[in-house]
Design a protein around this ligand. Structure first.
Ligand code: COA
Length: 186
């Protein structure tokens, strides 16, 4: 088993994180299993990290928080989880979670660890009431993990994406972490 360490994003790991995103991006669609809304040959890709937003104080519009998992033996970043605010003043009590782990490191509990790191952070803020996420309906592993952590399905965008011959339903899930949460931007 590789030795894995989980850390909060700091600016000095930006290049390594981008390398991890590139490896991870290439894995979506392999063997017809998509977890990102991009065909393998699509020149576009996910938004990824905004280093400015990742360093914004909580409560500022558009804040992001990123945590990464590093293989302590190879030194490579091999997984990440992120929380993003949508940029709206009226939405400061919610954020959206994203997660990704490189193939070799999946199925060994790292997803659960990264999720728990992000959710623990979200609970400790005291300013968040809800954590939302979206997941492709055929992503059984991710769905199992989210359900185990208490996320509930609140809707499905049928036929949300079409990649090649595949039509993909996108499930919206949410987790209530506090009754209150923030009501104003700082
Ligand atoms: C989805 C993902 C984050 C899960 O992380 P992981 O490290 O592979 O998952 P874990 O090993 O922590 O397993 C978590 C749970 O998922 C379930 N699970 C694991 N492997 C599974 C499989 N092959 N099929 C179905 N469920 C599975 C188990 O219930 C497990 O819980 P357990 O600890 O009680 O056994 C990871 O597989 C991944 O990054 N996949 C590609 C990118 C992706 O799908 N991102 C999410 C987009 S919404």
């Amino acid at each position: 088993m590789p030795r894995i360490e989980i850390r909060s994003f700091t600016i000095d790991v930006t290049a390594e994180l981008l390398e991890h995103f590139q490896r991870h991006r290439k894995e979506s669609g392999v063997n017809g299993i998509h977890f990102m809304p991009f065909a393998p040959d699509d020149p576009n890709g996910p938004m990824g990290i905004s280093t400015d937003k990742a360093l914004l104080p909580l409560g500022n519009l558009g804040w992001q928080r990123w945590f990464y998992a590093r293989d302590a033996d190879s030194g490579n970043i091999v997984g990440h989880v992120d929380l993003k605010h949508d940029g709206l003043s009226a939405g400061l009590h919610r954020c959206e979670l994203g997660i990704g782990i490189e193939t070799r490191y999946r199925g060994a509990g790292l997803g659960r660890q990264l999720m728990e790191t992000a959710l623990s952070f979200a609970r400790d803020t005291g300013s968040l009431a809800w954590v939302d996420l979206r997941v492709f309906a055929n992503n059984t592993r991710a769905l199992a993990l989210y359900r185990q952590l208490g996320f509930t399905e609140i809707g499905v965008l049928k036929d949300r994406f079409r990649i090649g011959d595949d039509s993909i339903d996108d499930i919206v899930m949410t987790l209530r972490i506090h009754r209150e949460g923030q009501t104003e931007a700082v």
